[in-house]
Design a protein around this ligand. Sequence first.
Ligand SMILES: [Zn+2]
Length: 131
Amino acid sequence: MFNGRYGMDELNRFMLILSAILFVLNIFVRVRFLWVAAVILLILVYSRAFSRFFDKRRAENMKFLEMKGSFGGKKPGAGAGGGFKKPGAAKNDGKRVLICPYCKEKLRVPVGAGTIKINCPHCHRQFEENV
Ligand SMILES: [Zn+2]
């Protein structure tokens, strides 16, 4: 069936999984966009799998692998206020970002200490927070 055709690669597998996720999501969240996106992904997967332009497909796959590599294989952090953190930095473990209620400055505090008094280094006011 795949004789003389490109077949599956990492990019196709990724898009196939993504479209499956979108289809499942679409069951719970009835958004037409999800369904359309899933169908487009599937069409892309099949058109790539049956393509005869091996070089182009390989180049696409290489680009995809490079992109994946630059993310370090990890999903971008979903934590709150993490916009300035480097992805995958182990230094952030055990710390949490709080927002000072007075000056809205971002403060990093240790997690798991219970309710602690925090001295804001920015506005020098104190507030309590359960961490
Ligand atoms: Zn403050």
